[in-house]
Design a protein around this ligand. Structure first.
Ligand code: SF4
Ligand code: SF4
Ligand code: SF4
Length: 169
């Protein structure tokens, strides 16, 4: 059985795996694809119900469904080493506001700011009745409370160091 599992993981590791938000504690993405076997233990353990399986069956976060409390229950539930306490510090996702934001389009909205416990969002007034949400990336925990509350679905997540936008799974 162990041999079969190892072989399956070996072939799964060959697949490209998208670098999208995974549960906190997810190991580096290339290793994650070889360790996460899609068992669903973390999904069942998450009290917020925000862990889903992506198209390839790997555990991913749906931060539009709710906020992560960083409780660590998913890490405790993971038996394969795909989620570890040691890798927690590498979880570096931050919120990024997209062009569909109501406030950017002159429709009054401050919902994301209201839901941010880290006070990481402020607004800069712009011409035409618009206001631009600005994320303080040092303050943003990547919890997803803003994304879950956003009426326009206009908040995605990116790794802090890359500036590269990645849609949530
Ligand atoms: S840390 Fe807690 S709330 Fe966040 S994904 Fe894991 S189990 Fe869910
Ligand atoms: S909650 Fe969404 S639509 Fe409203 S200001 Fe924030 S990003 Fe824009
Ligand atoms: S992800 Fe969390 S901490 Fe970051 S801006 Fe949104 S609500 Fe605030």
């Amino acid at each position: 059985m162990a041999t079969r599992t190892n072989r399956r993981n070996f072939f799964r590791a060959k697949f490209h795996i998208a670098d999208v938000p995974r549960p906190p504690g997810a190991v580096e993405v290339s290793r994650f694809s070889g360790l996460c076997n899609g068992c669903g233990d973390c999904l069942d353990a998450c009290p917020e119900g925000i862990i889903v399986k992506d198209e390839q069956g790997f555990a991913a976060l749906d931060l539009k469904a709710g906020a992560c409390s960083f409780c660590g229950d998913c890490i405790q539930a993971c038996r394969t080493g795909a989620l570890t306490e040691q890798a927690r510090a590498d979880w570096n996702w931050v919120a990024r506001v997209q062009s569909g934001c109501l406030s950017l389009n002159a429709v009054a909205c401050r919902t994301c700011q209201d839901f941010c416990d880290e006070a990481a969002i402020r607004f800069r007034l712009e011409p035409g009745g618009r206001a631009r949400p600005l994320i303080d990336e040092d303050a943003c925990s990547g919890c997803g409370a803003c994304a879950a509350a956003c009426p326009a679905g206009a908040i995605e997540f990116a790794r802090m160091e890359t500036n590269e936008l990645e849609a949530t799974a």
